[in-house]
Design a protein around this ligand. Structure first.
Ligand code: ATP
Length: 321
């Protein structure tokens, strides 16, 4: 069955989440709609404080919404937690392990709470922690603790795995190992919802993503969709007056806005990099002008993210009445 047409395993409609009440109420999630399809990896990106964890927690069933509906595997994850929780795996941003237990003891304790768990040794091996099995949690490094948390999250063979910034604190090699593990789980049919600040992580793993800002989803789709919605950019410096003149440059094809020109140079945004660049180079050729430090860069996920961050305001928005 194509994941495009399959019934979503997660559907969120008009979800809101407010912290506190009265004058100090703060609405961290401000009316979100999204769907996650079976077997896909859906990445939730966003600026600090955008509301990713607040949203993830209501989808995980750890907190109620203040408005809207959330369905996970057909159930309300908060009110029908007993139905949903056994079928999901959750890796929180901060795990609270008993510091005196070893990694293996911690894993065995968790193993005892699950219905059809993977063996402890297998889970530790999947996150490359077998050699640290007898080490107390208090002596594990931060990255090793993250990997232990991941081992516990996948132990119950979850249908949906929630990963909240899973690779924060991991060295590049451990991060790549974690990505390989996530790919393996996706290959087994697991659905994964991931929050991350590493755009490369989303680019490596995500089938679809949403970028949040100030409690709302402001971009959503495949990486190709999100990137395609951003303009490409051309920059240069030149001594030629016409090639520095925003009005004269406005006749170039496929512009995504008015060209900008100042002491640092010219910046042109375009929806068709090849068409605009070709016309620009023809003009420069005809004028016999040099375009110094010419830089033509296609849109990227990073640019899309920065556009969201730059367009946003840092002023917190009060809760809706
Ligand atoms: N318990 C709380 N009480 C009041 N406000 C809270 C609480 N938890 C989070 N917030 C606020 O809600 C907003 C969203 O926080 P959240 O942790 O969901 O963002 P995030 O996107 O996960 O951020 P980050 O990327 O920094 O982890 C922030 O402004 C935060 O200060």
């Amino acid at each position: 069955m194509s994941t495009q047409t399959a019934t979503p395993v997660i559907s969120v409609h008009g979800a809101r989440r407010t912290y506190g009440t009265g004058a100090t109420a703060f609405e961290a999630v401000r009316g979100i709609d999204l769907e996650v399809r079976p077997g896909e990896l859906f990445a939730l990106l966003g600026t600090n404080g955008a509301g990713k964890t607040s949203l993830l927690e209501v989808i995980e069933g750890l907190a109620p919404t203040s408005a809207g509906t959330v369905k996970v595997l057909g159930h309300d994850p908060y009110r029908e937690r007993h139905r949903v929780r056994p079928r999901t795996g959750i890796m929180l941003q901060e795990a609270g392990f008993p510091a005196d237990l070893t990694a293996a003891e911690t894993a065995r304790m968790w193993h005892g709470t699950l219905g059809n768990p993977r063996p402890v040794e297998q889970c530790l091996a999947m996150v490359s922690l077998s050699h640290r099995a007898k080490v107390r949690v208090s002596s594990l490094s931060g990255g090793e603790r993250r990997r232990l948390d991941l081992a516990l999250a996948i132990m119950g063979r979850p249908e949906i795995l929630f990963l909240d910034e899973p690779t924060t604190g991991l060295d590049p090699q451990s991060r790549r190992s974690a990505w390989d593990l996530v790919r393996h789980l996706l290959g087994e049919g697991t659905t994964v919802v991931l929050t991350t600040h590493y755009l490369q992580e989303a680019e490596e793993l995500a089938d679809r993503l949403a970028i949040m800002h100030a409690g709302q989803v402001v971009r959503e789709g495949s990486i190709a969709d999100v990137v395609a919605a951003e303009p490409a950019r051309i920059r240069y410096q030149t001594a030629d007056a016409a090639l520095r003149d925003p009005v004269a440059l406005s006749a170039l094809p496929a512009l995504a806005g008015r060209p900008r020109s100042d002491a640092t140079g010219v910046e042109i945004e375009t929806t068709d990099l090849q068409a605009t660049l070709t016309a620009l180079l023809v003009r420069a050729q005809e004028a016999g002008a040099a375009l110094e430090h010419l830089d033509a860069s296609p849109a990227s996920l990073e640019r899309a993210f920065l556009a969201v961050a730059e367009a946003g305001t840092s002023t917190p928005v009060p809760a809706a009445a």
